[in-house]
Design a protein around this ligand. Structure first.
Ligand SMILES: [Zn+2]
Length: 155
């Protein structure tokens, strides 16, 4: 982080601590070139979240994928679409406020299951049954295709 006083790029972090109820990390910095002190805040943003798969592979978090899997699990359930949107936003906010940019895919799956269990048992069972295979497959696209009801033409 560039020193705002002299422009030196090698400022040092002297202290890091959670702020705003763990939504941010406050860092106190020191510039060895000019002796200046300043503070920066680090906040988690959606586009910065990285999913760590079971295999150890890293992938940018994609809200659309999460949303797709949840909507498929909730297909034909008598739930207000607005409520589903709120639920998804709530899950994303939880992920964002964990204070880490790297999140294990397992953690995401657990949060989704926990949330679905509270809202709709049928959707929860659908999601959870496929999620077990997903854990082994470690492939989100495969997960989504397995979650899709077989045939899909029974409307
Ligand atoms: Zn400086």
């Amino acid at each position: 982080m560039r020193c705002p006083f002299c422009g030196n790029v090698d400022s040092q972090v002297k202290d890091s601590r959670p702020a705003e109820d763990h939504v941010a990390i406050r860092r106190r910095r020191f510039c060895p070139a000019c002796g200046g002190r300043f503070t920066t805040y680090e906040r988690v943003q959606l586009r910065d979240l990285v999913v760590i798969k079971n295999s150890g592979k890293r992938e940018d978090f994609d809200r659309t994928k999460l949303e797709r899997s949840i909507r498929i699990a909730m297909q034909k359930r008598p739930l207000d679409p607005e409520r589903i949107d709120q639920m998804i936003s709530g899950i994303v906010r939880r992920l964002e406020s964990m204070g880490e940019t790297d999140i294990a895919s397992k953690v995401i799956g657990e949060i989704v299951m926990e949330t679905l269990a509270r809202i709709d048992t049928v959707s929860y069972v659908r999601f959870a049954s496929v999620y077990k295979n997903f854990q082994a497959a470690d492939d989100f696209d495969k997960f989504v295709s397995e979650l899709r009801p077989q045939g899909g033409a029974d409307e």
